[in-house]
Design a protein around this ligand. Sequence first.
Ligand code: AMP
Length: 552
Amino acid sequence: MTAPGKLVRYPADEEARYVREGLWESPTIAEHLHAVAREHGDRDALVCGRDRLTFAELDRVTDQRAAGLHRLGLAPGGAVLLQVHNTVNTVIAWYALLKAGLVPVCTLPLHRGHEIGEIARQTSPVAHLVAARDPRFDLVGFAFQQAEAAGVERTVLVSDGRAADPRAAELDTLGDDIDAAEARAVVEGIQAGLGRQSLAVFQLSGGTTGVPKVIPCLHAPYWHYGASLARAMGWAPGDRIAFLMPIVHNAGVIIGLHGPHSVGATLVLGVPDAAAALDLVVGAAATDVVLGPFAFDLALEPGLAAATALRRVLFSGKKVPAKHMETLAARGVWGGQIFGMSEGLCLTTPLAFPPEARAASVGVPISPADEIRLYEPGTEVEVAPGEVGELCARGPYTLRGYYDAAEHNRRAFTADGFYRTGDLMAERTIGGVRCYTVEGRIKNMISRGGEKINTEEVELLLGSHDAVAEAALVAMPDPRLGERACAFVVTRDGRPLDLAEVRAHFERLEVAKYKWPERVVVLPEMPRVSQVGKIDRRRLRQIAEALGVETP
Ligand code: AMP
């Protein structure tokens, strides 16, 4: 069970306001899906390869899975680690867990012992759902090892294939024998016990401190997040939204699942592979596609001319080159940007924005109740319009505190509850409209193709190597992924250290591979910012940019 004392909720007066203004709706996320299914039952909720599922089918099968999970003894409130891929069964699992009152934890199939051990310590999961088959790794064996290492009882659930280990439960048939009406009654009974501020989902923070932070997403705020995005994008029943980044991730849940589903639109689900993006968009007659940094170049593909249903392309995660927007405009396709975070606050360029504002800014917040302040970093002093400041946010879906992190929360929020995002923005007027532009960040984070690397976490891992006296990790610009990680180290007694040894060290520590440095530079001493003695990270970034990625 997740402990209530660790959860920071919204103050009662804010809840009353959000309810009064119609932003926080009852019921729960699962019951929203049920309501949408009653209205749009025959429409496709999901298209994935050759498979499709209507809302009515999705609603019925997720009721049965939820009743099956309940019958297994997984009581409401328990957290469930997820390490699964972009498949139909994953979408079913998502809503089934929510219907069973369980709390999905958005861990990735790429996570290993270093990540899962710590996240499990923080969230005390009752179950671990893994893909039966993973091209890189035995996730099923790993799930059992993790539970054993922690010395706890944890149900291992498998999806998308048979479980080789008889101790594991197969999720994809669970509850098939339960009558639909009976399953519905079980789900309704569970959901009746949940409120607007009940815990729905755990997301992971991209970059805060050395220890990963867990974000509690509550039912009404989290549904409002997706529904606000759908409204901002003008999504409607019949729209087909193609999404190819990992679906069990905040962007996936909001842009891929809850957003489209809140309005009866279809998720066209692909896999994180740029080469497959064109076929996905053309083959499924997508009306919209959301592109992460690794797939931006789809906008330049001549073959996109065959995507006759395509109306909108939404770029996410890094600055969009002007050429991409111009190419789309020449084809009569709307191009725009989205900026969002697992902690909450999300901005998009409104449909009616002029092209120059859609090209140069990330637009405006998606909810009418979002509040933004741009403060001089570390202060609560607002910068003048047009100047760069730290983006601080409060609103109906932005977190009020990380889970079980009282001390960190004191630094991460202003006195009046604004979340200090660590991102730098400026408020500008472009093409006659007021909008926000991304101007960098002050938090210790590298964004590798949208996956976030916490530099402090990796520096601590580097520091645990015998040869390392001091380490600093900085972003190295990369045309495909946006950024990659470059490690600068000072070694003890001038000992040699190379990329291969650093990577072997990270493998021994069971660290997810996307966090492994992609260049290692040994320095005689760290460059310092004069006077204060802090590491001169700007200088390191310049060196990294000149060097580029190293071939391991
Ligand atoms: P995550 O919580 O993993 O979605 O990461 C959120 C962070 O990604 C934000 O705080 C930003 O630093 C970064 N980010 C999100 N969208 C954009 C964007 N459109 N351009 C640049 N950075 C972005």
